[in-house]
Design a protein around this ligand. Structure first.
Ligand code: PLP
Length: 384
């Protein structure tokens, strides 16, 4: 079995059969405690917060798929990000992608600022510009790839080279790109994070966070935080995320094809002023994506566009028949988000303005509908 880029086969067979009964999928272990016949030689699993076989199967599969040493599953994407931030000490400085999702900014501003963690937001699609933000106390850079909502593409190898030369740890929130289209650890990053609620879970029915470390040592530190702070993924949710993960390649190939067709259509529609999709050669990050991702598989399922007339947003939202409107992404159904009301609602009006996230911006998570049906849905909503 080839390892990287991870094949469809690896997604399906990243785990061995269940050792106890040879079950082809991991059994759900709900027990919170385990009998210790010899308490001086405790078994592999003793207490559910510290370890659970169903969660362990998912964590090991994620580590194999990302090409890392240790996988860890958390109760949400925010719990995984929070665990990463807890690696820092009071007085440390962190660099973060400027247009990252609102939740990351909310926790850094509302929680970690109280513990004296300093943050500078930087354009991680411009690695040559990072130097200005560097401080003596900078410890790490969190790259959100693609960025949200404009899908800027980060050059992970270039960022890793720069950051490691300055002794910074590189953390990549690769939720939008997914482990099928890129594996940052194999490009030298130290930690990869995902909201498992999105493409990996894949069906809008589970909330989860995933982290994989490049080294055993960072894995040990992050495990300490996971166990100490306790934001673990439940056994049932671990099972559900694991099931979603197995079909990620098939879903993403299909959704990426439709996303490309939708982006091409939108880019030619008179009501649309800008289309942001890394698969379009006109996108500023297109070449970086081709150079650093497994783009022969696709460019992902996220498409963002800007309407010429802000009044059209309301009309379009009312006229869409298939696409759902709301805050999620990565499911089988197409979801339209209005960043101002949904993913970036946690920002102030001024912060949104500064990031050009205005009321005319629309973000689409493309689902698995018949491509023509979906494109017709958007074209009819915009034509009307
Ligand atoms: N990272 C990214 C890129 C996201 O889009 C989100 C949520 O939208 C999160 C992290 C947080 O994930 P969760 O909602 O699972 O806590």
């Amino acid at each position: 079995m080839s390892t990287h880029p991870p094949s469809d086969t690896l997604f399906v067979h990243a785990n061995q059969l269940d050792p106890l009964r040879q079950a082809v999928v991991p059994p759900v272990y709900r027990a919170t405690t385990y009998h210790q016949a010899d308490p001086w030689n405790p078994p592999a699993f003793d207490y559910a917060r510290s370890g659970n076989p169903t969660r362990d199967a998912l964590e090991q599969a994620m580590a194999a798929i990302e090409g890392g040493m240790r996988g860890l599953a958390f109760a949400s994407g925010m719990a995984a990000l929070t665990a990463a931030f807890l690696l820092l000490r009071a007085g440390d400085h962190l660099l973060v992608t400027r247009d990252c999702q609102g939740g990351t900014q909310r926790v850094l501003r509302g929680v970690f600022s109280r513990f004296n963690i300093e943050v500078t937001y930087v354009d991680t699609d411009q690695p040559k510009m990072l130097e200005w933000a560097l401080q003596d106390n900078t410890r790490a850079i969190l790259v959100e790839n693609f960025s949200n909502p404009f899908l800027h593409v980060a050059d992970i190898p270039a960022i890793v080279q720069w950051a490691h030369a300055h002794d910074l740890s590189v953390w990549v929130d690769n939720t939008f790109v997914t482990p099928y289209l890129q594996n940052p650890l194999t490009l030298g990053a130290d930690l990869v994070l995902h909201s498992g609620t999105k493409m990996i879970g894949g069906h809008s029915d589970v909330t989860a966070g995933l982290a994989v470390t490049r080294t055993e040592e960072l894995g040990r530190q992050l495990y300490f935080i996971q166990n100490a702070c306790g934001a673990i993924l439940s056994p049932d949710d671990s099972y559900t995320v694991h099931r979603g993960m197995r079909t990620l390649p098939v879903r993403l190939r299909q959704a990426s094809q439709t996303a490309m067709a939708l982006a091409q259509t939108l880019s030619q529609h008179p009501a649309v002023s800008d289309t942001y999709y890394p698969g379009l050669p006109s996108h500023p990050g297109h070449q970086v994506a081709v150079d650093t991702m497994h783009t022969q598989r696709g460019f992902g399922q996220m498409v963002t566009f800007r309407l010429r007339d802000v009044g059209e947003v309301h009309l379009m939202a009312q006229r869409l028949r298939l696409a759902r409107i709301g805050a999620g992404l990565g499911g089988t159904e197409t979801i339209v988000s209005l960043p101002e009301l949904h993913c970036h609602a946690a920002l102030t009006q001024e912060e949104r303005q500064a990031r050009l996230i205005t009321s005319d911006v629309v973000r689409v998570s493309v689902g698995l509908e018949e491509p023509e049906d979906l494109i017709d849905d958007f074209v009819e909503a915009l034509n009307a």
